[in-house]
Design a protein around this ligand. Structure first.
Ligand SMILES: Cc1ncc(COP(=O)(O)O)c(C=O)c1O
Length: 402
């Protein structure tokens, strides 16, 4: 039996020994160090940030700012370019609403794709409606966004482009660096939704040169409800906060005037998700210790084994054989995706079925819904083999189910 040395870092497996968790694109499991970081806040600190004139409150501030520094190192940017948010969704809304809306005029174009998650579609729909801008979709090539199609979709009216670095349904990775370079030649703001890339590949803001980047802690194994918005300092200056309140203002006058901090703190109104931020710090350190080289090697091993087996099964249709990531999107032929996922669940295999919050993707895949199997480095070959065994019985679906 394969010993996955990382598995024992995850209390989940001890508490749920029968469960095979292949829904990692939805959220990742939490290692002990994250739980300890959250507990450390509740056990040892417990007090608010940015407020107290006493040692413990100061310590909370120091620990939060340490995480900001660690995040900056992790994604290779400056500390004053990292704002904490509640996750990728809030970050993308903030980027759209707080900055991009201000530079859009009637008739301007926002480029996205049909592969995007709702969080990278709806904020753009909203500001397009409010400004009179138009949403344009990059035509896909074999379900992919290509550099060429992106370049051809640009017009003099294109002002903003926003794409997932890695798609959450099909796992396709875009050539973000090249696309960003092209975007900048046309003075286009280039936004990357990093929800699915940050847990699996090293990212460098300096190298990619994107203008904004968003990700969630929980997809790496950090706490839920916390994430990051990266923005180039020159754009953050002009980016308005979405939420106003304590901890981000400098002066408030009775006549209704107020000023806010000229730093990322202006995006962090109210009491921060302190334990979440400390947990984010812990997962970043943990992921760095595991290393992306190992993460990618392991995910490839698991995915290749599952894919090779699925491809031999006549009753299975795979939609993304050629992807670069950790996901397999498939269906059991003639079986509705949710029914298939329930069938796997009967064997304690957790998969995701449906449209995966990317409702424009069904036209791309020619199916209304699919089943998604997504791996992370703590999964094992034995788990994949069990998945294969269950999938192989799916041809006689109803017999297998009842
Ligand atoms: C590509 C992509 N973007 C954005 C999100 C939204 O992330 P969150 O729900 O953590 O805000 C997800 C979550 O599944 C995602 O996969």
């Amino acid at each position: 039996m394969e010993i996955n040395k990382y598995k024992e870092d995850y209390p989940f497996f001890k508490n749920n020994p029968e469960v095979i968790f292949f829904d990692n694109a939805s959220t990742a499991l939490k290692p002990k160090c994250v739980i300890e970081a959250v507990n450390h806040y509740y056990n040892d600190l417990c007090v608010n940030a940015h407020r107290g004139d006493y040692y413990l409150s100061y310590k909370v501030d120091v620990e939060i700012e340490k995480v900001r520094k660690d995040v900056a190192k992790f994604i290779d940017c400056e500390e004053n370019e990292v704002a904490f948010s509640s996750g990728a969704t809030e970050s993308l809304n903030l980027i759209a609403e707080g900055y991009c809306k201000k530079i859009l005029q009637k008739g301007d174009e926002i480029l996205i794709s049909e592969l995007e998650h709702a969080s990278n579609v709806l904020p753009w729909f909203k500001i397009a409606k409010e400004t009179g801008a138009v949403i344009k979709y990059v035509p896909l090539e074999n379900k992919r966004i290509t550099v060429e199609n992106f370049a051809n979709a640009i017009t003099p009216k294109t002002k903003v482009a926003s794409f997932a670095y890695i798609s959450n349904v099909l796992g396709y990775k875009i050539d973000a660096k090249k696309m960003c370079e092209i975007a900048h030649k046309h003075h286009i703001i280039f936004v990357l939704d990093g929800a699915q890339s940050t847990p699996h590949i090293p990212v460098s803001m300096k190298d990619l040169d994107c203008d904004f980047y968003a990700f969630s802690a929980h997809k790496l194994g950090g706490p839920t409800g916390v994430g990051v918005m990266y923005g180039k300092a020159k754009y953050l200056q002009d980016c308005d906060p979405l939420v106003l309140g304590g901890g981000m203002n400098k002066v408030i006058e009775k006549d209704g005037t107020y000023t806010v901090y000229n730093s990322v703190r202006k995006f962090e109104a109210g009491t921060p998700h302190i334990e979440g931020i400390l947990g984010l710090g812990a997962i970043i350190k943990y992921i760095q210790k595991v290393g992306f080289a190992y993460i990618q090697k392991k995910e490839k091993e698991l995915r290749d084994r599952a894919l090779t087996a699925l491809k031999k099964m006549k009753h299975i249709e795979v939609y993304n054989e050629d992807n670069e990531a950790n996901t397999i999107a498939f269906n059991i032929k003639d079986v509705f995706a949710q029914d298939a996922a329930s069938y796997f669940a009967k064997y304690n295999i957790c998969l995701r079925a449906g449209q995966h919050c990317a409702k424009l993707t069904d036209g791309v895949m020619n199916t209304y819904a699919s089943v998604r199997c997504s791996f992370y480095f703590y999964n094992t070959i034995e788990e994949v083999d069990k998945f294969i065994e269950v999938a192989s019985k799916g041809s006689d679906f109803l017999d297998a189910y009842f």
